[in-house]
Ligand binder design. Structure first.
Ligand code: G3H
Ligand code: ZN
Length: 283
């Protein structure tokens, strides 16, 4: 069955490893992520954005995640990624999600706290874990599009107060990573991860995990990041394979012959991340 993130995140924070959130985009992503997890014996989180839910249909999202969790045999959470409203959160819980993110980061602090508290009250009543967010993560992901100049690093004192008042199970703070690929190397504010992580019980979540150098990821984990989100790198790996195959073989029409190799490419990326995050053999 699908489990709450509280089944593995507290241990991850304690033992200084991170559990990956890998976004589901279609069947091949689901299978690739689950197969990698089975081979690595790693817990993981399926991220489903509102855009992915619209694309696949919410019932397919839940059914695919349930089957993948069963087949992988490891702890799996199905998590709403960047949920935009109480209504969307409630719909996901009703359909079978085991975890939700409410992203109120674009609201003023007081409003973000007020709305997140409502989500926490409803979700915790039925055993669903909640991720909240503070600060503005730059870049593009589905419905979210934040220009570089509008991205803003979270304030540590505000993040600590946000957690004390909302009691979210995972705390996403903008610390310099961005959604999508990077133009240069991200400047990560490790001091903020460190300060917030020491002051709160919940683990820190690092969004925009794609394209971040391995050493930076390891350093972020050492300071308290215990959930790391990755999507773009999987998309790049699968798109590259499909592009090459369709370009080089003009008569190729069977989707299994280009989506199958794309699935293999995603699986390799995910396995590499699980090893990097230290979640292998922690199932
Ligand atoms: O919420 C999802 C992640 O933050 C994905 O970021 O596409 O840059 O890996 P990424
Ligand atoms: Zn994100």
């Amino acid at each position: 069955p699908l489990v709450s993130m509280n089944e593995f995140l507290p241990r991850a924070k304690r033992e200084k490893f991170a559990v990956g959130q890998f976004n589901m985009n279609n069947l091949e992503f689901v299978q690739a992520i689950a197969q990698a997890a089975k081979e690595e014996q790693s817990p993981f989180i399926f991220g489903a954005s509102e855009g992915a839910i619209r694309y696949m249909g919410i019932k397919n999202v839940v059914a695919l995640a349930r089957i993948a969790a069963e087949e992988s045999g490891v702890p799996v959470a199905l998590h709403l990624d960047h949920g935009s409203s109480f209504e969307v959160v409630m719909q996901c819980i009703r359909e079978g999600f085991s975890s939700v993110m409410f992203d109120g980061s674009h609201y003023p602090l007081e409003e973000n706290i007020r709305l997140t508290k409502q989500v926490v009250a409803a979700a915790h009543a039925v055993g669903i874990s909640v991720e909240g967010e503070l600060g503005t993560i730059g870049g593009v992901e589905d419905d979210l599009d934040v220009a570089e100049e509008d991205a803003s690093i979270a304030n540590a004192a505000e993040a600590i107060r946000f957690w004390q008042e909302t009691r979210v199970d995972a705390m996403a703070i903008a610390v310099g990573t961005a959604h999508g690929m990077y133009k240069g190397e991200p400047k990560i504010h490790y001091d903020i991860i460190d300060e917030v992580s020491k002051a709160i019980e919940a683990p820190i979540v690092l969004h925009g995990g794609s394209g971040v150098p391995d050493e930076s990821i390891q350093k972020a984990i050492s300071f308290g990041a215990a959930k790391i989100n990755v999507n773009t790198e999987n998309q790049v790996a699968s798109a590259q394979v499909v592009r090459e195959l369709l370009t080089s073989k003009a008569d190729l029409i069977d989707p299994r012959k280009y989506l199958g190799p794309a699935r293999d490419a995603i699986k390799e990326v995910v396995r590499g991340k699980m090893r990097l995050f230290g979640s292998s053999n922690k199932a």
